[in-house]
Design a protein around this ligand. Sequence first.
Ligand SMILES: Cc1cc2nc3c(=O)[nH]c(=O)nc-3n(C[C@H](O)[C@H](O)[C@H](O)COP(=O)(O)OP(=O)(O)OC[C@H]3O[C@@H](n4cnc5c(N)ncnc54)[C@H](O)[C@@H]3O)c2cc1C
Length: 353
Amino acid sequence: MKIIRELDSISFADWFRSHGGSDGSIKRMWNPIAYALGFIDCENISARCMLTIFQLFATKTEASVLRMLEGSPYEYLHKPILDYLEAREVKIYTRRRVREILFTEEEGETRVTGLVVAKGETQETITADAYVCACDVPGIQRILPQEWRTLPEFDNIYKLDTVPVATVQLRFDGWVTELQDATQRHNLSHAAGIDNLLYTPDADFSCFADLALTSPSSYYREGQGSLLQLVLTPGDPFIKETNQAIAQHVLKQVHELFPSSRQLNMTWYNVIKLAQSLYREAPGMEPYRPPQKTAVANFFLAGSYTQQDYIDSMEGATVSGRRAAMAILENVEPQRRRERGGIGRVHEGLART
Ligand SMILES: Cc1cc2nc3c(=O)[nH]c(=O)nc-3n(C[C@H](O)[C@H](O)[C@H](O)COP(=O)(O)OP(=O)(O)OC[C@H]3O[C@@H](n4cnc5c(N)ncnc54)[C@H](O)[C@@H]3O)c2cc1C
């Protein structure tokens, strides 16, 4: 892992070419993969980031299987976690925005004293033993007290950048990826076609899937056909386009990839544009990612953009959360025990919106 970390300053494309890899291979195979992983191409993604993930695929056989959730992320990912936490008396507050981090500076030591949390027009100050700020890059850049920027570890966060992305969903009255059998293609009584995540170098979307096939519990609808979800990368050219223009553009490219889908009608579409999504895993940026433990004794950072070896992903976010938890246990709990002579609970200070 150490050797891979040292490859952060070069792009994956430069690293690949330096080992005899061809531009054709980058264009046809590695770019769609880089787009799918980090929403940027091989010239713009750090070698560290790509090699870390491929080392994982190479060494853990179960990690190299492509899988989609059975249904919606809420039902199949978040809800089991929420149920687990709530069964242990954790209270989760959503639709609240942290407006301000309150702090004191005494004898050279900075400590957070509370968070100003807003819900609509009302706001309250919450206090805790430890505060974890589990934001995305735009969120942390907005919320950090400007006074803290005198410390490089906080100021460096403002050097981090994000990537734009647009996600498109198209519903059809038949099965888009059923290339062989025309009867199956139009038969809406059951799903047909390719049941997996798909990649292409020949369209503006690098990776896509028919959710009605891959995640049927939430997305297969009786009497309806494919629900294609396609991720447009790079997202930059699409952010200013109208949703209708984007949907028509994508439909045209779907027709080129799957000529038989011209026989089908698109019955519905939806476009979600995120001007600032993932942390941009560009070469040379690793030194600017903050550790979970900060110079402020009771203030911790989590989130995929903080220091962790995976790409900006759910795994990356999870690893960062574990590291933040370890840092709290090592730094805050011993002090609490000393002060109160017992074991107490550590609160998560930042509510997710
Ligand atoms: C289109 C798309 C597809 C993706 N597909 C996959 C995939 O298939 N697999 C995968 O592993 N990853 C995927 N990802 C990446 C994954 O979503 C992220 O890596 C992951 O969500 C990062 O988690 P996080 O907790 O670091 O940040 P986030 O999930 O971004 O959470 C940060 C939260 O902080 C909140 N916040 C910010 N400021 C404040 C504030 N002041 N007060 C309160 N809350 C605040 C934000 O609203 C946000 O909800 C995808 C991302 C996108 C955009």
